[in-house]
Design a protein around this ligand. Sequence first.
Ligand code: AMP
Ligand code: ZN
Ligand code: FE
Ligand code: FE
Length: 283
Amino acid sequence: MARIDLHLHSIYSDGEFRPCEVVKFGHQKGTTALSLTDHDTVGGIPEALQTGQDLGIDIIPGIELSAYSENREIHILGYYIDWTDPRLDARLQVLRQSRHTRNREILTRLQELQFPLTYEEVKAVAGRDSVGRPHIAHLLVQKGYAANLQDAFRTFLGEGALAFVPRHLPQAREVIEWIREAGGVAVLAHPCCIKRKKEELFKYCETLRAEGLQGIEVFYSAHTPKDIRDYLEIARKLNLLVTGGSDFHGSIKPGIAVGVGRGGLKIPQTLLAPLRKAAGQDR
Ligand code: AMP
Ligand code: ZN
Ligand code: FE
Ligand code: FE
């Protein structure tokens, strides 16, 4: 069975590897299509497209955006976006700026707790466009302030932890609109993270669909066979597209490989045609 992977991160956000390396990993695993979905940036897409062309892999321009819906953070994936769209670029710049504001507040809290880090150090770890908590976590470990990344989140950075600062986020409705305005298809990422019973998740997805959502990420590294059955049922009943991805980051999320994920993840290539059609890319 030909397989694909539609959820991947690179150094342009909080991934460990360059876009060209991520695409090469997918090539080594025999995937036929990949989507680079960095948080709040399209900066890695030209490199991914070039490597995809060199290796004969279909690259779908993608993105992952955070949003609030019913007072909790969710992630929305955008596929087949026009990554050269200046309006999208302006919106992404605002999102990345809000990251800087929040990151600086986190560093102030850490300083108060006697765990000083400079923002120059954090930016040096991040390297490219989107700077976030994983980069701060990495530095906390490097400095010996935390035992590992999990510990850094548990002690300092996770929701409710000592240096946690909420980020100003747009509403899901807005994020979905931005993706669609840029010609993309809006998909709910990792529904397992919403932690709701099937019936509640159904209602949640129904609300998001009314706000323009077009698909859900049914296949995902953390999804159990039961999750997959439940989400397939929700997708069918709500006429939502089905997508899948590993959420590969490198060592930030250990045990996940491009195209293979974790736990025997297999994302069939057959998911791609309906997605492409929804994006109007099938002509
Ligand atoms: P940010 O985008 O800056 O809010 O950081 C959120 C990212 O941090 C998520 O996309 C995850 O990749 C990562 N993350 C969140 N919680 C944890 C955790 N407990 N352990 C490791 N990584 C986490
Ligand atoms: Zn990430
Ligand atoms: Fe996510
Ligand atoms: Fe992700």
